[in-house]
Design a protein around this ligand. Sequence first.
Ligand code: NAD
Length: 331
Amino acid sequence: MNITIIGGGAWGTTLAQVLTDNGHQPLIYDINQTTIDIINTHRHPFYDCQIPTNIKATNHLDEALAFADWLVLSMPSKAVRDALSAIKPHLFRPVVIINVAKGIEPDTSKRISEITKEVIPPEFLKGYVVLTGPSHAEEVILRRPTLLVSASEDEALAKQVRQVFNNEDYLRIYTSTDVIGCELGGAVKNAIAVISGACTGLNLGENARAAVITRGIVEIVRVVEAMGGRKETAFGLTGIGDLIVTASSEHSRNFRAGKKIGQGMTVAQIYAEEKQTIEGIRTIEAMHHLAAQKGIELPLIEAAYGILQGRVSASEATSHLLKRTLKSEDF
Ligand SMILES: NC(=O)c1ccc[n+]([C@@H]2O[C@H](COP(=O)([O-])OP(=O)(O)OC[C@H]3O[C@@H](n4cnc5c(N)ncnc54)[C@H](O)[C@@H]3O)[C@@H](O)[C@H]2O)c1
């Protein structure tokens, strides 16, 4: 089947290869002409490799929307609202939105499913699916074994998306109906990965990193439960699984950004160096607002927010965390 991918970056172009491997025809739409030109010469825009010749890219939104009624959103989460607003006037039939972006809107604390339902009128939204899980694009492009979850309130649609993306050689897809849990797990783990990276940058040791990852899971569970998702989802691929792959890997931009923060760089300096998305920094801000609104206890996120705001140094934040009131670990 035909599938349009909105955003041909590291992940979008990699998913295009998955789709061609599975016998489908993707068309990539992107706003960056250099990216489009690279894809149209059959190269990956971020990795030094060829991509299948039937992957094409365009900067014409009308062409992209006429091509397919399944749209994969694969841009930074901060671009999603604007991208959907640009898409809306060009829609002439209902579409299925498959979101692969991982993030929360800082000002509104909204998930991407909520933003989608806000921007796209119901008569043009046939369904919404989030496809997420532990997946470094640089490994999927090499067809290394990877597991994802296709989650939708419409279980039949989640299964259809599973069918289209699943590849018996390297990409195994599970389904879920817990969209809230899957979206929040994928977003909050990026924030915890920044903190885990900061721990490494501060040279605090592996004990400290294990502590951050484990207590990070507790914070993911608290957010998921407070927002109406299922706690068990946080213990699956989209929560703990994605946290494991992100929170200790140099492949992860979030981990690397945190490491630089631990080494004393400011967020402005990091953004000046890194041209790709660092979702976790924005998610820390979003989680700080959400925690205040909903009364959720998120000490790691709060410590990271203080550092990002320049209110405390990374070592002061560590000291503050260690001096918190002693507690039981019982859930
Ligand atoms: N890179 C990965 O390994 C990976 C894996 C799973 C999920 N994700 C998630 O996927 C999302 C995209 O990540 P990425 O690594 O591909 O980012 P990226 O920065 O490599 O690419 C994003 C692409 O989106 C394009 N874009 C931005 N605004 C747009 C708009 N309005 N319309 C169309 N295109 C637009 C950019 O030009 C760019 O080509 C992020 O939310 C990320 O968390 C990434």
